[in-house]
Design a protein around this ligand. Structure first.
Ligand code: G3H
Ligand code: 13P
Ligand code: ZN
Length: 308
């Protein structure tokens, strides 16, 4: 059925692995992810962004996830990704989501606390869990200098105060990851000493890492080989994600890598079979590519395969 992430995170924390949280926007993406999780016997979080709600209509997404639950024996956590305000969080809580993120990271500390606490109080009254964010997840292009970039990373002492005062169930922290396919200009680097400090101050508490796609070169190259133009794409090396899972990171967010896998496979069909115009003949391979990518993450990166 639909479940909260509470038990998933408890087991992940103890087992030093992470649960994958994958963004969903349509039926093929949901099916690809769910087929992989079922085969790998993995806990699963499906997450819906504001953009996904706008693209697909929240009712469709909810019903598609319900269909996934009905056709498998999986427990799935249905999560709102980057809820921007109280209203969107409330609407997801009321609409049957089991987890919501309130992203107050753009606000000053006290405002972030007040907003997060308001959402946590409402969600908890309805049996729903809450992820919050502290620290700014800047794109590398936003960073004027290394110093400015790091100034936006999560402060360990603030993280402790934030969790205590808001009652949020998990906390997204910033240690150098960012959204999208262009995460690092030079050598990838995450602030592991900072992660270890935060984790040490919050024993047993689940941390979340956003912007955790690895942007595998193989898939970028495939996109480019079949007519794409995404030069210079770079993500978080898989070894860094394996390391993060040892330090209290229980949820790892992945969207970009699914987009790359799906797009590479569809581009390939278009180039190699120009006679194809039945959408099933390219969306099917797209769905298979998502499934293979997710299976790889669950087994080889997150360590959550076989942890049902
Ligand atoms: O937070 C970023 C996720 O990749 C969702 O992206 O807002 O384009 O749906 P989106
Ligand atoms: P990526 O862009 O690295 O896949 O991150 C997705 C994410 O953090 C969604 O919240
Ligand atoms: Zn995110």
């Amino acid at each position: 059925g639909l479940v909260t992430s509470t038990d998933m995170f408890k087991k992940a924390y103890e087992g030093k692995y992470a649960v994958g949280a994958f963004n969903v926007n349509d039926m093929e993406i949901i099916q690809g992810i769910v087929e992989a999780a079922q085969e790998e016997k993995a806990p699963l979080i499906l997450q819906v962004s504001a953009g996904a709600r706008k693209y697909a209509n929240p009712v469709y997404l909810k019903k598609l996830v319900e269909a996934a639950v009905e056709t498998t024996d999986l427990d799935i956590c249905l999560h709102l990704d980057h809820g921007a305000d109280f209203e969107i969080c409330k609407s997801c809580v009321d609409g049957g989501f089991t987890s919501v993120m309130i992203d107050g990271s753009k606000y000053p500390f006290e405002e972030n606390i007040a907003l997060t606490k308001k959402v946590a109080d409402y969600a908890h009254d309805h049996g729903v869990v809450v992820e919050a964010e502290l620290g700014k997840l800047a794109g590398i292009e936003d960073a004027v200098s290394v110093g400015d970039h790091e100034a936006s990373f999560t402060d360990p002492d603030e993280a402790v105060e934030f969790v205590e005062r808001t009652g949020c169930d998990s906390l997204a922290i910033t240690i150098g990851t960012s959204h999208g396919a262009f995460k690092f200009k030079g050598t990838p680097k995450l602030d592991f000493p900072r992660l270890e400090k935060i984790s040490g101050l919050l024993p047993g508490y689940p941390l979340v890492l956003h912007g955790s796609s690895s942007v595998p070169k193989e898939f970028v190259d495939l996109c480019n080989q079949y007519g794409g133009a995404i030069p210079g794409a770079q993500g978080v090396p898989e070894d860094m994600l394996r390391e993060a899972a040892k330090w209290g990171v229980c949820k790892i967010n992945i969207d970009t890598d699914l987009r790359l896998a799906m797009t590479a496979s569809i581009r390939k069909v278009f180039v190699e079979q120009p006679q194809v115009f039945d959408p099933r003949e390219y969306l099917g391979p797209g769905r298979n590519a998502i499934k293979a990518m997710v299976a790889h993450k669950l087994k080889d990166v997150l360590g959550c395969a076989g942890k049902l």
